[in-house]
Design a protein around this ligand. Structure first.
Ligand SMILES: Cc1cc2nc3c(=O)[nH]c(=O)nc-3n(C[C@H](O)[C@H](O)[C@H](O)COP(=O)(O)O)c2cc1C
Length: 391
């Protein structure tokens, strides 16, 4: 499939509607796409990124009538974009691979590409294709340290790689920022970009002076309304949280669930919205999105084999790695005889810069008096949200 996104600029990527898991971790409810773009200048032709190796044949078919490529630009060494480079380099023996300094090392580590065919481009360097000019801008940590983006000056197109991407497989390549695209982009941000939000702010600054008319990421649709996604990124990377409590929890015999439901009732009666995530069935992507928004996270877990239930431990590991902007954390749950549930969870959450509430652990089934403890926790959360200016 070929799709013209601007004069002389074509989407030549591959859709992957069937894929349901990324990085053996991230659920893909809407599949994904691997976007490669062909830029035809009056003198030279450049291919921007390739596709996942599982889709190399599709890329080759899309380039069937392209006899000559001068440059392949590799923004990011991860295989979903670089994995078809060896085949492309074989098929176009004249083409040179352009990438950042760090990407060169990583591409040589990850793929079989002759070192002599790679040319490193500097941050800020320009390349003329004749009537089209490409500017290379290093944007480290969106998503790996080697990542860069390319700005096509004449058409105002930012080829942004993972920056501003979304896991969405759609033939509707050009999108103006409708709800489903922004929702998919937010999910992508929460799952992939959240740990790098400070550096994302710096990268947004770096792009601020460009007159961007289209943003063409390497996953998901092209953004026809760049302002929408740029503003959304500014918000998601700001660290601002809402008057929202999320409760990722697990229960084996319903005792922890009683505490979770009581806390939910107490919070809702204080006009504090709550999202529960039963970790046995919930979508980790939705949990990541909620972590981006919530001021407070309360983990609910029974004690199992002297520690937190493994699903609660797993959620804590993931949250700790994503480094969400959470302000307050609590632990509630039930135990039979004892263990190190709180100590273990706190150790797993060592990156979190949040204030921890005193835990509420009850032995066996919660009793009437525990409701008062839960009510006091809800009141404390309300006061904390007020003092944080969220209510
Ligand atoms: C497989 C298994 C292992 C457990 N290990 C512990 C433990 O090490 N320490 C403890 O205090 N309770 C342990 N318990 C007991 C539970 O923590 C207790 O039954 C608790 O009330 C369950 O809460 P829930 O109803 O929310 O699942 C274990 C229970 C199960 C089923």
């Amino acid at each position: 499939m070929h799709y013209q996104i601007a004069s002389g600029v074509f989407w030549v990527g591959a859709l992957d509607q069937d894929r349901r898991l990324f990085d053996s971790l991230i659920p893909l409810p809407d599949g994904t796409s691997y976007n490669a773009y062909l830029v035809k200048g009056s003198h030279k032709t450049a291919l921007i990124d390739t596709v996942d190796p599982s889709k190399t044949e599709i890329l080759i078919n899309n380039l069937e009538d392209i006899p000559h490529i001068d440059y392949v630009i590799s923004h990011h060494a991860e295989q979903d974009h670089s994995g078809s480079l060896p085949v492309i380099m074989d098929r176009y023996p004249e083409c040179q691979l352009l990438c950042s300094e760090k990407a060169r090392e990583m591409l040589l580590d990850l793929l079989d590409i002759p070192a002599g065919r790679i040319r490193v481009v500097a941050d800020g360097e320009s390349l003329s294709l004749g009537n089209k000019t490409l500017h290379f801008i290093y944007t480290p940590w969106v998503h790996w340290p080697e990542t860069m983006v390319t700005f096509l000056e004449e058409e105002g197109i930012l080829f942004s790689c993972d920056f501003f991407g979304s896991h969405l497989a759609t033939t509707d390549i050009m999108q103006d920022g409708n709800h489903s695209v922004l929702e998919a982009a937010k999910r992508y941000f929460a799952e992939i970009m959240m740990p790098f939000r400070h550096i994302i702010q710096k990268n947004l600054q770096k792009l601020a002076s460009l007159n961007i008319r289209l943003i063409a990421p390497s996953h998901g649709p092209v953004h026809v309304n760049p302002r929408g996604i740029l503003d959304a990124y500014a918000g998601w990377s700001s660290g601002n949280v809402k008057n929202l409590v999320i409760i990722p929890f697990v229960t084996m015999h319903e005792s922890t669930r009683m505490l979770v439901d009581w806390l939910t009732e107490e919070l809702v009666s204080r006009n504090i919205p709550v999202e529960q995530f039963n970790l046995t069935v919930s979508d980790p992507g939705r949990l990541a999105m909620a972590l981006l928004d919530a001021a407070t996270v309360i983990i609910g877990t029974p004690t199992m084999l002297a520690g937190p239930h493994p699903l609660a431990a797993y959620a804590a590991v993931v949250a700790n790695a994503l480094r969400p902007p959470t302000r307050f954390i609590g632990i509630i749950g039930s135990y039979g005889w004892g263990g190190k549930t709180v100590e273990t969870l706190r150790a797993l959450l060592s990156n979190m810069r949040a204030e921890f509430f005193d835990p509420i652990l009850v032995q066996g089934k919660p009793k009437a008096g525990h409701r008062d403890e839960i009510s006091r926790l809800a009141e404390l959360i309300r006061k904390k949200h007020i003092s944080a200016g969220l209510i």
